[in-house]
Write a protein that binds this ligand. Structure first.
Ligand code: FPP
Length: 240
């Protein structure tokens, strides 16, 4: 493939519909099988040379789901983090997380910290889980931090740069994604990385997340490679 993005972000959607379609009584089975799809996506991305993969695992808005589903998702998070550690290690994947992580149950938070520590030396790819994540909340936090600095006289408002804003976001140590993939056929952003995706390409795939395969990832990358990323310039300027 002629052009592999450095950073791919995925909105993993369709777990509930998948469970219903398969005849399972609860949506939770879709989330459980969704972990297997995430394993395929992460190992596939690492093999394809993607350096950063960020996945929307639990949104700020997802806290409003029925308690049984929220509890099940938190349990899936905890068990998967320990169960999948060998996969992360074998594939050189460093685990990272962004979001309002303080809102997670303390057991999940501890497990997350342990997995981050255990994989800190891995250099092939960074897998970032967006957990209790909301982009507007992230931007609000950044604005509050910057406003405090301005109020303390540490920063002149006129001197503020885009880089200062990026630095105040949860994603400060990640490059901006060049490609966003959303599964399940829905075509919306759902409060995901609003600042960071300013120049990203979007690929919407009909596949429900639990069915996502490495071939689907390759399909998205092929669509991306076929796009002309002009970034505001003209086509002629790019070829000159
Ligand atoms: C969206 O499908 C998916 C989620 C809200 C959760 C994504 C979680 C995983 C893939 C499993 C890994 C989980 C963690 C926490 C690491 P949906 O439930 O909105 O599906 P629907 O749109 O068909 O109802």
């Amino acid at each position: 493939m002629k052009q592999i993005p450095q950073h791919v972000a995925i909105i993993m959607d369709g777990n509930g519909r998948w469970a219903k379609k398969q005849g399972f009584a609860t949506r939770v089975r879709g989330h459980e099988i969704g972990v297997e799809a995430l394993r395929r996506a992460a190992t596939g991305a690492a093999e394809l040379g993607i350096r950063y993969l960020t996945v929307y695992a639990f949104s700020e808005e997802n806290w409003q789901r029925p308690k049984a589903e929220v509890d099940a998702l938190m349990n899936i998070l905890m068990t998967s983090l320990s169960k999948e550690l060998p996969v992360l290690q074998e594939n050189g994947i460093r685990l990272h997380a962004i979001g309002n992580l303080d809102a997670l149950p303390s057991k999940a938070r501890r497990q997350l910290d342990a997995t981050r520590k255990a994989t800190a030396g891995n250099e092939r790819m960074v897998l970032t889980l967006a957990l209790s994540y909301g982009s507007r909340q992230e931007i609000l936090g950044a604005v509050q931090q910057i406003a405090r600095q301005a109020a303390n006289g540490e920063l002149q408002p006129e001197a503020l740069t885009e880089a200062d804003i990026a630095q105040a976001l949860w994603t400060h140590d990640l490059p901006d994604p060049e490609l966003v993939i959303r599964t399940s056929g829905e075509q919306r952003i759902s409060n995901f990385l609003l600042w960071q995706i300013s120049y990203a390409e979007f690929v919407f795939l009909p596949v429900l997340w639990p069915d996502f395969s490495k071939e689907d990832l390759v399909e998205a990358l092929e669509q991306y490679a076929g796009r002309e990323r002009r970034l505001g310039k003209t086509s002629e300027q790019l070829t000159a």
